[in-house]
Design a binder for this molecule. Structure first.
Ligand SMILES: [Fe+2]
Ligand SMILES: [Fe+2]
Length: 331
């Protein structure tokens, strides 16, 4: 399970009250959620589940994502329910499937198998990837355990420079960049292999890797793949990706899930020229995109201010919200 910190029950209760308060803005709620995600115990878990009642599909998808990143099996029943619920937004259901893959316990297998051919392509593909992830790591673990048993040591934990629990492993680090690029961009290659190439390119970093990732927005038809590419470009925080991400965000014909990740990636890269663009699309008619830009603007302020901790219980974003309200009130 992910490493979590202990906090007083009063701290969790305070965060929960802020989350429930209808006056609390989306950017503040995001920071509260990311604070709760790092706190151990059933109280923090229960407080996160409250977030699933939020009217914003974007926020609900982020709750499902955080439940997966915590890798707490206590979330499995809730995630199963979300995955089954055809009335829920596909992006939230996708994130629930991915979270089940991240948790990866025995009881995650049946619900993922049930949705392998879900009518919603993003959900079906997510479940296929999640099952392959579980199978892959089970095989790797079995191999590592066998080697460690032979050597009389503990199995070494796998390492990644990024803190996320990824939906698939990366391709082997020694794979040539040209081969990673070709696999990522090939519409014939299995999606699991394309994801592996994508994470290997992220881990490799540098201009050629960013260019290969960026090329997938025109080469790939899968919205699922493209949204994950935008996500990893945000993780890389490489300014070389800004122009491509701006085009993706600005493309009203692109899937909202892809535009959402492009907006948040721009917030995380925090190039100064993104400010106006994010403000403009914070008014987008698609709520997923508009909400993403509100969150991205807060991320951009955080990065630009050299902020110490994004998951600050919503303090910084709340101060900003109050400041903005004061300006409006005084105008
Ligand atoms: Fe996702
Ligand atoms: Fe997302």
């Amino acid at each position: 399970m992910a490493s979590l910190v202990e906090r007083d029950a009063a701290v969790v209760e305070g965060l929960l009250q802020k989350l429930r308060n209808p006056e609390t803005g989306l950017a503040v709620k995001y920071r509260i959620l990311f604070s709760l995600r790092g706190i151990a115990g059933p109280e923090a878990h229960a407080a996160m589940l409250e977030g699933l009642k939020d009217p914003s599909a974007l926020f609900r998808h982020e709750v499902a994502y955080c439940l997966g990143q915590r890798q707490d099996p206590a979330a499995v029943e809730t995630l199963k329910r979300i995955l089954k619920d055809e009335g829920e937004h596909p992006m939230v259901r996708h994130e629930a499937g991915e979270a089940l893959g991240a948790i990866g316990t025995e009881e995650c297998l049946a619900p993922l198998r049930e949705h392998l051919r879900d009518p919603c392509a993003e959900v079906a593909h997510t479940c296929q990837l999640a099952l392959q992830r579980i199978e892959h790591f089970a095989a790797v673990q079995a191999q590592a355990d066998a080697a460690a048993a032979e050597a009389g040591t503990d199995a070494a934990p796998s390492e990644s420079r990024y803190y996320s629990v990824d939906p698939t492993p990366a391709a082997p680090a020694a794979t040539p960049l040209s081969q990673l690029r070709a696999t990522l961009l090939s519409e014939e290659a299995p999606i699991f292999q394309r994801y592996r190439a994508m994470f290997a390119l992220r881990n490799r970093g540098g201009g050629d890797a960013v260019a290969a990732l960026g090329a997938s927005f025109t080469a790939a038809s899968s919205a699922l793949l493209k949204h994950e590419v935008a996500y990893v470009l945000g993780q890389m925080q490489d300014a070389a990706a800004v122009q491509t991400l701006k085009e993706v965000l600005g493309d009203a014909t692109e899937n909202a899930m892809v535009r959402h990740e492009a907006a948040e990636a721009l917030g995380s890269i925090a190039a100064p020229e993104c400010l106006e663009l994010l403000k403009q699309y914070a008014e987008d008619p698609e709520p997923i995109v508009a909400d993403s830009c509100i969150v991205a603007l807060d991320m951009l302020h955080f990065e630009q201010s050299g902020g110490f901790q994004y998951a600050d219980g919503g303090e910084a974003a709340a101060a900003e919200q109050a400041g903005a309200a004061a300006v409006v009130a005084s105008a």
